[in-house]
Design a protein around this ligand. Structure first.
Ligand code: PEP
Ligand code: MG
Length: 757
């Protein structure tokens, strides 16, 4: 029996000659329909191509020649139109029996019973249809359909090279990728941005479809498979893949696909049929896409997404087009489109050109989002199947305030957006003008409003916002952006620059918090094993105390940088008091060393801890008196209180910071710390949202460290609040929680004209 590969190969060999000939495009198409008709023993073979939004008969063998360039049908009309609009194959023994059948008398096709057609696809869009017909009612064999599909791929190259279709027209075949589309997601970082869609992983362009040397193509695929499998295995062992929860499941699926013999065999068969390695991978992917489209199952759709990802990975390897959009460089104002990103990946982009980010996954407290917030880049997340809705180069309007993105907006929409942009800038200017306004409440309490930072570039924000200092300097950011462990001198330089820029305003340096979703490729587990729950695993102080060298180097760098000034140092993820003591001891021994070296020492060292693990709250009476300050990291604290992974996309909206559980917990901490006189700050993202900040004031929190963009809005809020009044209200809510705490607080604020949006 003839195999699919042999059938396709026989056709491709002949097509190769046609393609290489110097004939014009129309002559080539005429020749191609003859070849396919002969080889598939079909009386009719026709090619329809998209022109001016219609599918036009471009070449035929068997139908009336007078119908060529005359017969035209809309996408969606008749069998040919249905194939194009659904990007699906039809194989019918009796064409007229199909509900979508439409009769075009000028073609003289009434004699033919059987019909098979495949879409000609370019960049995931149908740009034409290749069809065969037969007088006898018969269904075409699988091998014949496969051959047709392979030929359709070759045709797509020929069509593109010969400029047979208008690129703009080509887009019309996929109605949902032309007109304006609004996608709703979840606000991760507020703000407005407009720019051109840039895929973090660019789509691969396939230059050649027909192979010159099949064996060479086979070798290229073998090598690419090896590399890809290696990469997936490495990801599994580093647990650095897919920082958005679910990664285990995804990884398992990835491995399953990567090692799937069926997949590699099908690619091999496609190569047998005469395709290049790239075309073979794409060909198999197209076929899978078509099959999956017929199955309406969201779970399978997710799997399809994974397979697409993997298939693209393989394509990148085989084609050598490896870089992300960051390595290629942004050309203009860009909005980055990605499934998910690591914080380090985001930092690779040019900050002047990166205007916004849209993610298929993402959550409020994922570190990439925190980094974006620090960079002032708006982010919308939780947007499913973006690749099916957005094309590279599309214009995008990103509304981080509403959590929506407009794709390919009409000019009127752009105008309205520009107007909002201008209003936004005015508002920002208004907040910027509040730089020197002090956050004093109506009853005269001076609230400390500080900023969270992590990069040298963040320092100008101190002056721009008029913040009281840096309440959290995430020192791990420099580790994340570096390919290797930053040397002590480099660390010292950074800390010194930061202190210089801050002048007499305090800076709280948090020692490295790596692990969790902040994975460093150069700092792996001793045993190289994957962690099941990295957020609850070997991270932050746990890593620092075990890899003492890491903490020692950092301690030296911080102590030296703070020579002659006050050093505020804070330890993350303290779970039991002894961990704080052990970390402090590392600093003290480094201090003793520096003293012996007669180095300039800090005038004072203030040691603090972060309250992120609920267990520590139970021991505050023991620890707080030993601390100079305590800072509540509500991002981690809430993930542990709710047992809800902070970067899990499915949990991103499930729990509310304004829930009785969180607020009561925080109140207990405030009450426990108050008698010790230890400074208490909230430095999680919660404090940067006005309604949450209002609730914190109600709990008795008077120190906030927040994202710079929130300083103006929070200062403004503080100045409108009568703190004893919100405290009394909060007492009532905590004693008898309303059904909807958020609504109750918002209602309270709006009754008093306090804007909390
Ligand atoms: C926190 O957990 O709230 C916090 C401020 O630290 P990070 O977000 O860096 O984990
Ligand atoms: Mg934390």
């Amino acid at each position: 029996m003839i195999t699919a590969a042999a059938a396709a190969r026989a056709i491709l060999t002949s097509l190769h000659e046609v393609m290489a000939s110097r004939a014009g495009a129309q002559a080539k198409l005429n020749r191609i329909v003859d070849i396919i008709g002969e080889k598939l023993d079909s009386e009719v073979c026709s090619i329809y191509l998209l022109r001016e939004g219609m599918l036009e008969l471009f070449a035929t063998r068997g139908l009336n020649q007078a119908a060529v360039h005359v017969t035209r049908m809309a996408v969606g009309e008749g069998l040919v139109g249905t194939i194009a609009s659904n990007i699906e194959t039809l194989n019918l023994a009796e064409a007229a029996a199909h509900p979508d059948f439409a009769f075009f008398p000028e073609t003289g096709e009434e004699r033919f019973h059987s019909f098979a057609g495949v879409p000609i696809v370019r960049r995931a869009r149908a740009v034409g249809v290749l069809g065969v017909q037969h007088v006898e009612p018969r269904r075409y064999e699988e091998v014949e359909i496969e051959a047709l599909q392979t030929v359709a791929m070759v045709l797509s190259e020929l069509i593109a090279n010969a400029d047979l279709i208008d690129e703009e027209d080509a887009l019309g075949a996929d109605a949902h990728l032309t007109g304006h589309e609004r996608i709703q997601g979840l606000t991760l970082v507020k703000g407005l941005a407009s720019g051109i869609a840039v895929f973090h992983q660019p789509r691969i362009t396939i230059e050649h479809v027909v192979a010159d040397d099949t064996e060479a193509e086979r070798q290229r695929v073998y090598l690419a498979f090896d590399k890809m499998r290696e990469q997936i295995d490495r990801m599994a062992s580093q647990a650095e893949f897919g920082m958005g929860g679910e990664h285990e499941e995804v990884l398992e699926t990835y491995r399953m696909f990567a090692y799937d013999e069926g997949w590699s065999r099908r690619i091999n068969e496609a190569i047998d049929s005469g395709l290049t390695a790239e075309a073979a991978i794409e060909r198999v992917q197209q076929r899978t896409r078509m099959r999956m489209r017929q199955i309406d199952d969201p779970l399978l759709a997710d799997r399809m997404h994974d397979l697409e990802d993997l298939s693209n990975r393989l394509l990148r390897m085989v084609s050598g087009q490896l870089g992300t959009a960051a390595s290629l460089g942004l050309k203009g104002d860009a909005i980055l489109v990605a499934r998910n990103l690591g914080p380090a990946e985001l930092l690779e982009y040019d900050r002047r050109r990166l205007k916004g980010v849209i993610l298929e996954e993402g959550s409020l407290t994922a570190h990439v989002v925190i980094v974006a917030r620090a960079m002032g880049v708006p982010v919308v997340g939780r947007m499913r199947a973006l690749r099916g809705k957005v094309r590279e180069g599309d214009q995008l309007l990103l509304d981080g305030d509403q959590g929506v993105v407009d794709v390919r907006p009409a000019p009127t929409l752009v105008e309205a957006f520009e107007a909002r942009f201008a209003r936004n800038r005015e508002r920002q200017a208004h907040y910027a003008a509040m730089r020197d306004v002090e956050p004093v409440s109506l009853d005269g309490q001076r609230i400390r409003v500080m900023i969270n930072a992590g990069l040298r570039d963040d320092m100008p924000m101190l002056n721009l916002t008029g913040a009281d200092g840096i309440g959290l300097f995430r020192t791990e950011f420099q580790f994340l952006v570096s390919a290797t462990l930053p040397a002590r001198e480099r660390q010292t330089r950074l800390y010194r620059d930061v202190l210089d820029a801050a002048g007499d305003r305090p800076v709280v340096f948090r020692t490295v918090d790596i692990g969790g979703d902040k994975v460093l490729p150069y700092l792996r587990h001793n045993d190289g094993e994957t962690e099941e729950n990295p957020a609850m695993g070997w991270r932050a102080l746990r890593v620092a105390l075990e890899r003492e060298g890491l903490l020692k180097v950092q301690a030296r760098a911080l102590l030296e940088a703070a020579g002659g000034r006050t050093l505020n140092v804070m330890f993350p993820m303290v779970t039991e008091p002894w961990e704080f003591d052990a970390a402090q001891a590392v600093f003290e021994s480094q201090l003793a060393f520096l003293k012996r070296q007669k180095k300039l020492l800090p005038d004072a060292i203030r040691y603090g801890a972060m309250l992120e693990v609920p267990a520590l709250a139970e021991c505050l009476d023991l620890l707080a008196p030993r601390l100079s300050f305590l800072s509540i990291g509500t991002n981690d604290l809430t993930q542990f209180l709710f047992a809800a992974d902070r970067s899990h996309p499915k949990l991103a909206e499930r729990y509310d910071w304004l829930s009785p559980a969180i607020l009561r917990f925080l109140r207990r901490v405030v009450v426990a710390v108050a008698p010790t006189g230890t400074d208490l700050t909230v430095c999680g993202e919660m404090g940067g949202r006005r309604l949450e900040a209002l609730a914190l004031l109600g709990l008795g929190i008077t120190r906030l460290s927040i994202t710079p963009a929130a300083v103006g809005p929070v200062k403004e809020l503080v100045r409108k609040v009568e703190i004893p009044e919100i405290r009394a209200a909060m007492d009532g809510w905590l004693a008898k929680p309303p059904a909807n705490m958020r609504a109750a607080i918002a209602g309270w604020a709006s009754e008093r004209g306090i804007d909390c949006d």
